[in-house]
Design a binder for this molecule. Structure first.
Ligand code: NI
Ligand code: MN
Length: 226
């Protein structure tokens, strides 16, 4: 499988010959101006919650690709009113898609749509198939519920954790989260986009390394294969 960082909390994942885009916020992100949104391939859009910095480019990408969205019930209903088709889920539920099994897990955050309407509960996702198993935390605080993930899903190959602090957990808690989910390979996201969430990458790398963990900072547009 191949993962490409699209900036902020946006990812493109290629697995089982399918393309997943997570939380597209690209056209409004000055740091991601080298990403050509109209050339992105997508079969599914995975949306962790309704905040604009996670759903801003949904309509454009769906228009370009015909991708189906996967999110909580309320986010799906909000987009259904715009004639965008989706698969509604909620916490604790899993479903077998053609790219693999996806389980929606808890996140401690808030969720409202760009127009202020109710956005359901924020979530994270665990995805697994024959080649890979990974956790995308979404916007979240450190939570004890993360300890349930290794009890209920296959062993993770990597996890994607927010580290920017202020709106989500910071890197110190991401270190603890990686213990909770029993996965020492972490991809960092949700940092640097706004002044509130700028991080010192060298410091963060050192803190992870001192605990025998690996944190990966991808450049925007950079890919990694697992
Ligand atoms: Ni958010
Ligand atoms: Mn966010």
């Amino acid at each position: 499988m191949k993962l490409t960082y699209l900036g902020h909390a946006s990812l493109q994942i290629q697995t089982n010959d399918k393309f997943l885009i997570v939380d597209p916020f690209i056209s409004a992100n000055e740091l991601a101006k080298n990403i050509d949104i109209d050339s992105l391939k997508a079969d599914y859009l995975l949306l962790t919650h309704g905040h604009a910095d996670h759903v801003a480019d949904v309509e454009q990408i769906v228009k370009n690709t015909g991708a189906k969205i996967i999110s909580n019930f309320e986010v799906i209903n909000w987009f259904a009113a715009k004639n965008i088709e989706g698969h509604p889920m909620n916490h604790g539920g899993k479903w077998e898609f053609d790219f693999g099994t996806l389980k929606m897990v808890n996140a401690i955050h808030s969720s409202s749509m760009p127009d202020g309407s109710y956005g359901g509960n924020p979530a994270g996702f665990v995805v697994w198939n024959d080649e890979i198993s990974f956790y995308i935390a979404g916007d979240t605080a450190l939570t004890q519920d993360m300890k349930l993930i290794p009890l209920t899903t296959p062993k993770l190959d990597f996890c994607v954790l927010p580290i920017g602090d202020n709106f989500t957990m910071g890197y110190e808690e991401a270190i603890i989260a990686s213990d909770f989910v029993k996965c020492d390979t972490v991809i960092a996201y949700h940092y640097d986009t706004f002044g509130y969430i700028v991080v010192d990458k060298e410091l963060v790398k050192k803190e992870f390394e001192e605990r025998g963990k690996k944190i990966i900072f991808l450049e925007i547009g950079e890919s990694i294969e697992f």
